[in-house]
Design a protein around this ligand. Structure first.
Ligand code: 26Q
Length: 833
């Protein structure tokens, strides 16, 4: 750092990590900063005071870590993501800072209940589901591995909507998660950036007579960063998640208004600030919305400008080493406009030639794909793009022209291929294909599970794979065992650590040492009792959430994930209806009691997904009010499924439902959380299920359904009516559905579901996998009755789950794509200026 810029404020002694210091700081924040006293119980302020106490310790780490990275001039990764599904942070911060023991003592002396304070924290729900939670797990692993990775995202005022169930239907409510204060962030106005929108492009000649472009008459919005600390596990590293918030500029557009309209001009500030108002739910009906494109550009431009600010501070206008020192990992196509914005900044703002700029861009962008569904691929109308970001569109046009010329040279005359691969799709309404922009502009393109990456190479991105055979690679997803075992399942964690030590917390393969213990009857007994205790936590959650009583000795059969047809919650309900039929016909000899839990949010505009929620609730009601099901069967729809509820659900689950139509689920990550916590999986050969089954062995996995290849085969002559006619069980299920038994007061409401099952165009082929699913569920029921065998399988699942740590995933990203050196920070490694 330049001595001139250096402040003379002396460094403070680091805050203490003993219980006395924690208590002192807690009192300080509670009384002096928050102005509360002990005359009234205010758990929310107690939570805030505790969070501020921990934040001080995190700040110490964040600064040490930044100094280390600057000192070593480390190569850096910027993870660009529109979503970070962080959930709560308090328990995680205490654990990673190695404060949980001292904190327990401190809170006990203060007479506070830790669990109650933890419950006060509002989930940071800045994501839809898998993709957003993956980003959060990745940040945890990067910090734990000491890798210089900074997350960039958006600070939405409203996160994922809150789901209420009214008369069985989903009702969405806004999630004002910042209300009441967000103690983990600090605003860094000194790093704000100015982001351009609209305007037009102007050409001018420089002093050497060279022509340049200038983006002028723009409507600017300020991007203000808020930093959230990301602590590694007890290693002194605290990385940064930098979230951008939109703020109107202070220039008033007074001349655009008539004299005297000062108030209107101030009120118009909200338009700019709307950019970061709300997270878009993953919703096909929301595709192509201008505000979403604004958000994407806002993230990409602000983050790149932030990187340039730091670069120019240090290296001036020399960009020779820029690509060597940076990698931008694009979390799906959502931030992929960064490819064009990086070009624009290098060329228009920093005066580089096209070819030099393109070389830099192509050497520092990397793209992760998360979907094979063609309808989910992002495309933007060229027209809209041109209005909102005219200069960025010009650059995309130029990238496209050069790319198309490359294809024409490689495959002369192959016009079809050129059309298939172009970044700009021709037609009545020309479109920008963001995935093509991302692939062309990146040196690495990865899928998120082996099957998914293979299907990308053979199908969706086949042409690109032929052109650049080394660019495409696989990085199977993972989850962080710190949150998803150590913190959320203290019972099992203690048992595991008592048996094999605590090495698994940072090396999940260590869990392999549990495998021999699966044959130890005493160990199985301990394992079983931990699972039972965890099931009681679910029972309590369900009692409070929906007022239904579950049975602790029943099999807990769980499907929690976003509601989507391809995930086939419908297949799960059809099985429940089938079980209900069996109970009605008295076919209950050797019955295994079963509690089926389904939870998940439907995109607000996704009609079929919402109707499926209604069906689940309707069947649940019939099951609950039928005395014949007592002790045998329960179905519940768990409202408002989120990160925090998963932390209670996954430790107590017996059976994890992963039954997507093969070839549709890119990876899945809930499947991994359940496996680590000793659930068995009933699943199709889809996404990471295949790798889960390979790891644990076919004997310890309940396989069902067609393969991805069989799905493609059957598509051609799919005849669900014939399948129903030939299957007594399915026919009976369809008959009760058609009878209106579940919707007596709302006749006909489930017709769209019935029709979709019976349609030869049903892309998800629910009927095709019904028999196989029911048969697999029979094997599940039989196995569960042999408690010793089931517990053995449960232990073997945990033992084989090492591969599904996001630490492994991140090591692979780093080995193959990022090539970062780990950096030691913190105690002992303090940077001395
Ligand atoms: C698109 C357009 C407009 C508004 C929103 C969106 C949007 C938002 C979020 C589109 C997609 C998403 C999220 C996708 C997602 O979560 N995919 C999941 O990613 C996981 C992590 O790789 C995988 O495990 C899952 O298989 C995949 O479905």
């Amino acid at each position: 750092m330049n001595m001139h810029n250096k402040s003379r404020i002396a460094a403070l002694a680091p805050p203490g990590h003993d219980s006395a210091s924690l208590m002192r700081d807690f009192r300080h924040y509670f009384n002096h900063t928050l102005g509360r006293d002990h005359y009234q119980r205010t758990p929310h302020y107690e939570f805030l005071a505790l969070a501020m106490t921990l934040r001080d310790r995190l700040m110490e780490g964040i600064n040490n870590t930044r100094h280390s990275y600057e000192h070593y001039e480390s190569r850096r990764v910027c993870y660009l993501s529109m979503e970070y599904l962080l959930g709560r942070s308090l328990r995680n911060a205490a654990m990673n800072l190695d404060l949980d023991a001292e904190l327990e003592t401190a809170l006990e002396q203060l007479g506070l209940d830790e669990e109650e304070l933890i419950e006060q924290e509002h989930d940071a729900g800045l994501g839809n589901g898998g993709l957003g939670r993956l980003a959060a797990c990745f940040l945890d692993s990067c910090a734990t591995l000491g890798l210089p990775v900074i997350g960039y995202g958006i600070r939405y005022q409203y996160g994922m909507f809150r789901q209420k169930i009214v008369d069985g239907y989903q009702v969405e409510e806004p999630d004002p998660w910042l209300r009441g204060g967000h103690p983990w962030e600090i605003e860094r106005s000194e790093y704000e950036q100015r982001i351009h929108f609209g305007g037009r492009v102007e050409r001018y000649l420089d002093e050497n007579g060279r022509s340049h472009a200038r983006w002028v008459d723009t409507h600017d919005v300020l991007a203000v960063p808020f930093d959230i600390p990301v602590p590694g596990y007890r290693n002194g590293t605290v990385n940064t998640l930098r979230l951008w918030s939109a703020l109107a500029t202070d220039e008033l557009d007074l001349d655009e208004f008539n004299a005297g309209s000062y108030t209107e001009a101030v009120a118009a500030r909200t338009a700019a600030e709307n950019i970061t108002m709300v997270l878009y739910p993953n919703d096909a009906s929301e595709n192509g919305k201008e505000l979403r494109l604004r958000q994407q550009f806002f993230l990409a431009s602000a983050s790149l400008k932030d990187v340039f600010r730091q670069w120019v501070n240090r290296h001036g206008e020399n960009f020779d080493q820029f690509a060597e020192k940076h990698c931008f990992q694009l979390n799906d196509t959502h931030p992929s406009i960064a490819v064009a914005e990086l070009m624009r900044l290098l060329i228009d703002v920093h005066g580089l030639e096209w070819d030099d700029a393109w070389k830099i861009t192509g050497n520092c962008m990397a793209y992760t794909n998360h979907t094979l569904l063609p309808e989910a691929l992002e495309r933007w109308p060229v027209r809209l793009f041109g209005q909102l970001l005219p200069r960025v569109l010009e650059i995309i046009g130029e990238i496209n022209n050069r790319f198309v010329a490359e294809i024409a040279a490689r495959w002369p005359g192959d016009v079809k291929r050129r059309e298939r691969m172009a970044i700009i799709e021709d037609g009545a309404e020309p479109m920008v294909r963001m995935a093509h922009l991302a692939i062309v502009g990146s040196y690495s393109v990865n899928g998120v599970a082996e099957l998914h990456s293979r299907l990308l190479k053979e199908g969706l991105f086949r042409d690109f794979h032929e052109l650049w055979p080394t660019r495409m690679n696989n990085k199977t997803n993972g989850v962080t065992q710190r949150r998803w075992l150590r913190a959320c399942n203290p019972g099992l964690s203690k048992l595991i650590t008592a048996s094999i030590g605590d090495g698994w917390v940072t090396d999940l393969d260590e869990l392999g040492k549990l495998a021999p213990l699966a044959r130890d009857a005493a160990f199985r007994e301990s394992w079983h009792s931990v699972k039972q205790a965890n099931k009681h936590r679910i029972i309590e959650l369900v009692r409070q959430g929906c007022g239904i009583e579950l049975y602790a000795d029943a099999i807990f059969d769980v499907q929690v994930k976003r509601m989507h047809e391809y995930k086939r919650q419908l297949l799960n309900v059809l099985h429940v209806i089938h079980l209900l039929q069996r109970i009605h016909r008295g076919d209950t000899a050797d019955w295994t009691p079963r509690c089926v839990l389904i939870g998940g949010k439907a995109a607000p505009g996704y009609f079929m997904a919402k109707l499926t929620i209604k069906l689940i609730n309707s069947v649940a009601r019939v099951v609950d009010s039928d005395p014949r099901t007592r002790g045998l069967l329960r179905l519940v729809f768990l409202p408002n499924y989120n990160v925090s509820t998963m932390e209670t659900i996954c430790p107590g689950c017996d059976l994890s439902e992963q039954i997507s139509t093969a070839g549709k689920e890119a990876s899945g990550t809930g499947n991994m959380k359940f496996m680590i916590n000793g659930a068995l999986t009933i699943g199709t050969l889809d996404g990471a299920n295949i790798e889960i089954r390979d790891a644990v062995g076919a004997d310890n996995f309940f396989l069902c359904g067609m393969t991805a290849e069989e799905v493609v085969q059957m598509r051609r002559q799919y005849d669900p009516k014939a399948i129903v006619a030939a299957d007594d069980d399915l026919r009976e299920v369809m008959e009760v559905l058609q009878s209106g038994q579940f919707n007596q007061s709302e006749p006909g409401i489930f017709d769209p579901i019935i029709d979709s099952i019976l349609s030869p165009h049903d892309a998800w082929m629910t009927a095709a996998d019904f028999a196989s699913f029911v048969a697999a569920q029979r094997r599940v029921a039989t196995s569960f009755r042999d408690r010793e065998r089931w517990t053995e399988m449960s232990i073997l699942n945990t033992a084989a789950s090492g591969r599904f740590s996001s630490d492994r995933t991140i090591r692979e990203y780093n080995r193959d794509i990022w090539r970062l050196e780990p950096v030691t920070s913190g105690a002992g490694a303090d940077y001395q200026p």
